[in-house]
Design a protein around this ligand. Structure first.
Ligand SMILES: Nc1ncnc2c1ncn2[C@@H]1O[C@H](COP(=O)(O)OP(=O)(O)OP(=O)(O)O)[C@@H](O)[C@H]1O
Length: 361
């Protein structure tokens, strides 16, 4: 197992890239700590698969280095990197039995028969396929075949990292939850470095200790699920994580006070003078209805389990509130109170630190 370092990395699929828009991955430095369970999260086309393929060696970056531990593997082929990969769609040998499929990566490495038999039993139990070990893979459902692919990805204990590219796409919803839990369990037991690509925030937040959020070819934040919720470093993180996402208001900020279209919104800290497009962001969970404050028109009230989502509009912008069921709510004009300690300030989409604050390492 090893730490994976991406140093001064960038990638373009064009032979002679010029503008930043020509790059699928913009220049980045990023470290994946040894033994970390990471989710790589972002919208379709943001560069997740490109990044994963560079780590696995399927793609050579047009700029920068990839290090496994201290070893530079930028030019090493996939086979030399000692990693396991699980793709979106099953990769299994149809003519082999489930047992032979699971044993394949171990046989390839010359492991002894007793070890292989024990390890295959263990993995089969994990993916819920003990009863099918002697069945041929041909004829199994896509769901079952993908479970075999997952099992094969996890069967070797000596890999540097396991890379998953949207591995649960073809799995039915109940089994998805089950397999994610199993993956987490496996991570706790064996401590492999795992990188799990997904565009589904639930998948990312339940699987990972650290979530790496990508947007337009950049890593915009790496953090725990709590950090992504409390202090999104980029407005995209605020919008992409959470359901509904963070509310944003165009604002002017001076010291401990923001103004939204002239309406004062107190902040809990003082902010430095900021240039560019300034916005304040607050999650729907921390907005309340009040007798005075920001004027809003509530257009819809939705019941979602123990909460209600109120959807509305303030100054031409959509606004969402998440309120407990017992609070009365109706459509029409209302006022909003924003919890000052839950407001983040953004300039040109990046979070501005309050005066005297330091960014978490
Ligand atoms: N082989 C390729 N040749 C040219 N452009 C490519 C190639 N593969 C990807 N791209 C482009 O690079 C950008 C990043 O694509 P990538 O597949 O890495 O994104 P992604 O986040 O994995 O998306 P998805 O979730 O849809 O798989 C996209 O604009 C895509 O069109």
């Amino acid at each position: 197992m090893s730490r994976i370092t991406l140093s001064n990395l960038a990638h373009s699929y064009l032979p002679k890239p010029k503008a930043p828009a020509d790059y699928a991955l913009k220049e980045m430095d990023h470290v994946w700590q040894d033994g970390g369970a990471y989710a790589l999260l972002g919208a379709s086309g943001c560069g997740k698969t490109t990044l994963l393929n560079i780590i696995s060696g399927l793609l050579r970056p047009s700029q920068g280095r990839v290090l496994f531990g201290e070893t530079d593997v930028t030019d090493a082929p996939t086979a030399a990197r000692n990693i396991a990969q699980v793709f979106q769609f099953p990769v299994v040998y149809d003519t082999m039995t489930v047992r032979e499929n699971l044993a394949f990566p171990l046989r390839n490495r010359g492991r002894d028969a007793a070890y292989i038999a024990a390890r295959v039993e263990q993995i089969a139990a994990m993916i819920g396929m003990e009863a099918m070990l002697s069945s041929k893979a041909r004829g199994l459902t896509a769901d079952a075949k993908q479970k075999i692919s997952l099992g094969r990805g996890m069967v070797r204990e000596d890999v540097n990292a396991i890379l998953f590219d949207e591995p649960l796409t073809v799995i039915d919803p109940h089994m998805k939850w089950e397999l994610r839990t199993q993956l987490k369990q496996l991570h706790r037991e064996f401590g492999h470095t795992m990188i799990y690509v997904t565009h589904d925030q639930t998948e990312a937040l339940t699987f990972a200790d650290k979530v790496v959020v990508m947007h337009e070819g950049r890593v915009v934040q790496t953090g725990t699920p709590e950090e992504l919720f409390e202090t999104p470093e980029h407005t995209f993180v605020g919008y992409f994580i959470g359901s509904p996402g963070m509310n944003l208001f165009e604002a002017e900020v001076e010291g401990p006070m923001a103004r939204v279209m002239g309406h004062p919104v107190p902040l809990s800290e003082s902010y430095p003078a900021t240039r560019g497009r300034v916005q304040i962001g607050i999650r729907p969970e921390f907005v309340q209805l009040a007798d005075e404050g920001l004027p809003v028109v509530i257009t819809r009230v939705e019941d979602v389990g123990r909460h209600r989502i109120l959807r509305g509009e303030a100054f031409g912008q959509p606004v969402n509130l998440l309120l407990p069921e017992e609070i009365p709510a109706a459509t029409g004009p209302a006022f909003l109170r924003l919890a000052p300690e839950k407001i983040n300030v953004y300039a040109d989409d990046w979070r501005v630190l309050p005066v005297g604050a330091r960014r978490a390492a």
